[in-house]
Each structure stands twice: as structure tokens, then as C-alpha cells.
Write a protein that binds this ligand. Structure first.
Ligand SMILES: Cc1cc2nc3c(=O)[nH]c(=O)nc-3n(C[C@H](O)[C@H](O)[C@H](O)COP(=O)(O)OP(=O)(O)OC[C@H]3O[C@@H](n4cnc5c(N)ncnc54)[C@H](O)[C@@H]3O)c2cc1C
Length: 413
């Protein structure tokens, strides 16, 4: 049974929830993480792959690594940080591109970003797709990259929010896994697992949190649930909080899924190199060859393509990858790859998507979602971050901020 009495409960044990609970615990606040899954980490999840190597099915890159708090945590845990620049910074494998095409594509991307930044300074906000240059031959590929970044096509995404994302351009990885690092950070914190929260009652002086394992009473709660969970469940809060439901609806989770393949005779390919399945289509995957030098391919699917493949059968992702890879590398390539693992984040009941984007005109929803209510309901999670949304470090930063708000509200009570 999870029933008990706490000063502050943290609902959701992903990057944000762990960061919040760690801060509260250090400050001596009697707290508890209430987590629906049977593990901590949420969308950060390293699963054991072949020969025990960790496969990050969720976050893998320590984005903005030179200011990412998880780097320090990973170092404290004595983990190995790999600083090889990511494939998207080093240019793709030439395969599939015509002569000079890579450079043209990079320039088209830079110009698109410049137009988005320029437009973001003016009202009203528009869909990012309106900033594509009409007729530019690289539009479909820019849109494909958009699906990896936002989990959806550019016509769904706020140009203002897209521009608000702050990236220092430094991207590292943890060899043992980003998910392993995040889950380990929560290991010694008070937590109850396999315990979905169904209702947060805030009529009375104290909060009543209904869970699958009983009722928990607390002075304060830090809610770190994914926006999908908040948007689809307006009965979660009693009384209901329509402004939070509306803010969450403005920040849906886009979809991105990773498929790990084993690769025979991998040495033929450069370590940490990348290939697009097609440079003509938006519905194409990006193939990261030999991540960490391993004999593997990490295939990345985003947006509509990922949704359609999730709706397909067990082999849908693998079959799609195989058709693109054999199209580029010849039919014999089919004999060199086997599926290792995939996780369908859209079908996962505790995420129902991968990371948040703002709909056009809804960039301000991030601030609205993050705003506390009555000095006792606090909100955190990647979607609450104005500049580091969609990332695990965004989760950390908002978790710590919400814990600080809760601690200072306690001091003033
Ligand atoms: C395929 C993929 C690739 C990614 N790549 C990167 C990357 O390279 N770098 C990066 O920084 N980020 C990446 N991300 C995003 C990153 O993983 C997330 O932004 C981050 O982990 C979100 O943390 P969070 O704490 O905000 O949310 P979550 O991790 O979703 O935490 C919320 C928690 O709430 C729990 N929960 C849900 N419902 C309930 C309920 N009813 N009751 C109790 N608990 C509940 C969930 O189980 C979860 O543990 C990727 C994500 C995916 C899916």
C-alpha cells in the first residue's frame, strides 16, 4: 500500500521528478515520488542490449552538454562520457546525396532557421512550415529533420517556440546510458513504483492523492506528468484546473521512436556516421551507423511516419528500415541487419508520445503550465521549460525550480 502522510509528493519519477525529489530530500523535506511504471526514469530508459551494452530507447544525447546538469551527475556516478560530435554536426554519409547536395542542404537549413528567428520577433506567431522557402528542393528533408527535433511536421509547430529552444551545440553521450544515469540518480530517494495517480484532490487544506495503491495525504505536490496525461484527463484535478488542461493541450507530445539493429561487417561504415533513408521525402528515417563504434544501426523515426508505423504490425519499423537501407545499399544488405529492440512511445500508456512541441500561437503555454497554484501545486517536466523543452536537462531544470518554489512556500507558510 502506498498510503501515508508526506510534506511534499512528487508525481512522476522521470528526469524532472527525480531532480525535484532529490532537491527536496536534501532540504530535509519529507517527500515521496509516486511513479506509475515499475521503474524510475520515464522517457529516459536504457535497456540491456546484446553483450550487456545499454541501449537508450529514450533520451541518448546530453544536449547543451557544457551546461547540462546531468553531466555532473554522470561524473559523480563515475560514468564514461563520450564526447564524439554527433552525426548531425559532422555531415551525413554522402550516399544518397548528389554532388554538392550536402552543402546545399546545410545552407538551406541555416537559411530556414534564420527566417524562423527573424519571424519569431514579430506577432502573430505562425507555423514553422510557413518559413520554408516555396519550391526549395530541400523542404521535405528539412521537414523530416523537423520531425526528429519536434516529433511532428513543421506545419504543426509554433515558429516562436521552435526558435525559443536554446542549444549550445555541444552534444555528448553516456556510454552506460543516459537512462541508466537518470534512474540511478533516483535510486536512494523515497519512491513508490507501479502506482499510477488517478486523482489529485485540492479542496481541503491538505491534498489527497488517489493512487492505485491507496490514498496519500500531503501538504504539497509537484506534478511532473507528461502533457498528454494532463491534456487527456481533465478529471485528474478536483476541482478541475481548466487552465492547466488548456496549457497541456497547447503542448502535445510529438512522436519519435528508435529502432536498434545489429549490423554484420560493420567496419565498412564510419563510426557515428549518419544516412537519411531518402533526401526527397519527409517520411524517412535517419540511420546512425555504429553508435559508440558498436556493430549496430540506430534508426530514428519521427512525426507522421512514426505514428503510421506504430499503427502497423510488430515488424513495421524493421520492414520500413530494411526497404530504405536496401534501396541505398543494395538487396544483399538485408542479410546483414537484424532487429534488436524498438519501443513505441506513442503506445506507451505513461508517455503517449516522446517530447513536447508548442502548437502555433501556443508558445506561452509553457509558462502557463509551469505556474504554481495556491503555493501547494507545483508543475515541472520538460514541457514546462521555455528554452530547454523536449530534453532531459529541461526536465532536471524545471524539477529543481519547482522544488525550490515548494521549499520557499513551506518557509513562508
Ligand atoms: C525516442 C526519444 C529520444 C529522445 N532523445 C533525447 C535526447 O537525445 N536528449 C534529451 O535530452 N532528451 C531526449 N528525449 C526526451 C527526454 O527523454 C524527455 O524530455 C525527458 O526524459 C522527460 O522527462 P520528464 O521528467 O519531463 O517526463 P517523463 O520522463 O515522462 O516523466 C514523467 C513520469 O510520470 C510517470 N507517469 C505517467 N502517468 C502517471 C500517473 N498517472 N501517475 C504517476 N506517474 C505517472 C511516467 O511513467 C514518467 O516516469 C528523447 C525522448 C524519446 C522518447
Amino acid at each position: 500500500m502506498a498510503n501515508g502522510d508526506f510534506e511534499t509528493v512528487v508525481i512522476g519519477g522521470g528526469a524532472a521528478g527525480i531532480a525535484a525529489a532529490r532537491r527536496l530530500h536534501k532540504a530535509g523535506v519529507k517527500c515521496l515520488i509516486i511513479e506509475a511504471r515499475s521503474r524510475l526514469g520515464g522517457r529516459a530508459w536504457t535497456s540491456a542490449g546484446p553483450s550487456g551494452v545499454g541501449l537508450d530507447l529514450g533520451c541518448g544525447w546530453l544536449h547543451s552538454a557544457d551546461r547540462n546538469p546531468w553531466v555532473t551527475i554522470a561524473q559523480e556516478q563515475n560514468r564514461s562520457i563520450d564526447k564524439t560530435p554527433p552525426p548531425w554536426r559532422r555531415g551525413s554519409l554522402r550516399l544518397g546525396f548528389p554532388e554538392g547536395g550536402q552543402q546545399e542542404f546545410l545552407e538551406a537549413q541555416v537559411q530556414f532557421s534564420a527566417r524562423v528567428s527573424e519571424r519569431a520577433t514579430r506577432e502573430p506567431d505562425v507555423a514553422a512550415s510557413t518559413l520554408l522557402e516555396p519550391g526549395n528542393r530541400w523542404n521535405n528533408l528539412i521537414n523530416a529533420v523537423g520531425t526528429y527535433i519536434s516529433g511532428t511536421e513543421l506545419d504543426q509547430v509554433s515558429a516562436l517556440d521552435f526558435d525559443n529552444y536554446d542549444d549550445t551545440g555541444v552534444n555528448w553521450r553516456v556510454v552506460e546510458g543516459y537512462g541508466t544515469t537518470i534512474a540511478a540518480c533516483g535510486e536512494n530517494l523515497p519512491a513508490v513504483l507501479s502506482c499510477p495517480v488517478s486523482r489529485i484532490e485540492h479542496h481541503d487544506k491538505r491534498l489527497k492523492i488517489e493512487t492505485s495503491q491507496g490514498v496519500i495525504v500531503a501538504d504539497q505536490a509537484i506534478v511532473t506528468l507528461p502533457t498528454t496525461v494532463l491534456a487527456e484527463n481533465d478529471a485528474l484535478f478536483a476541482p478541475s484546473l481548466p487552465e492547466k488542461t488548456a496549457a497541456a493541450q497547447g503542448l502535445p507530445l510529438g512522436l519519435a521512436d528508435k529502432l536498434f539493429l545489429s549490423l554484420a561487417d560493420a567496419e565498412e561504415f564510419e563510426t557515428d556516421s549518419r544516412m537519411f533513408g531518402s533526401i526527397e521525402r519527409t517520411a524517412t528515417a535517419a540511420y546512425h551507423f555504429r553508435p559508440f563504434g558498436r556493430p549496430q544501426i540506430e534508426a530514428y523515426f519521427g512525426g507522421q511516419l512514426a505514428s503510421e508505423l506504430e499503427a502497423g504490425d510488430e515488424r513495421a519499423f524493421f520492414d520500413f528500415a530494411l526497404s530504405e537501407l536496401t534501396g541505398l545499399l543494395g538487396n544483399a544488405f538485408a542479410g546483414r541487419v537484424k532487429q534488436i529492440q524498438i519501443h513505441r512511445w506513442g503506445a506507451d500508456p505513461f508517455s503517449r508520445g516522446s517530447y513536447s512541441y508548442a502548437r502555433p500561437g501556443r508558445a506561452s503555454c509553457r509558462m502557463k503550465l509551469a505556474a504554481p497554484i495556491d503555493s501547494r501545486l507545483f508543475f515541472a517536466g520538460e514541457a514546462c521549460s521555455q528554452h530547454d523543452f523536449s530534453t532531459a536537462h529541461g526536465g532536471w531544470i524545471t524539477g529543481v525550480a519547482a522544488a525550490d518554489q515548494a521549499i520557499s512556500a513551506r518557509a513562508q507558510a
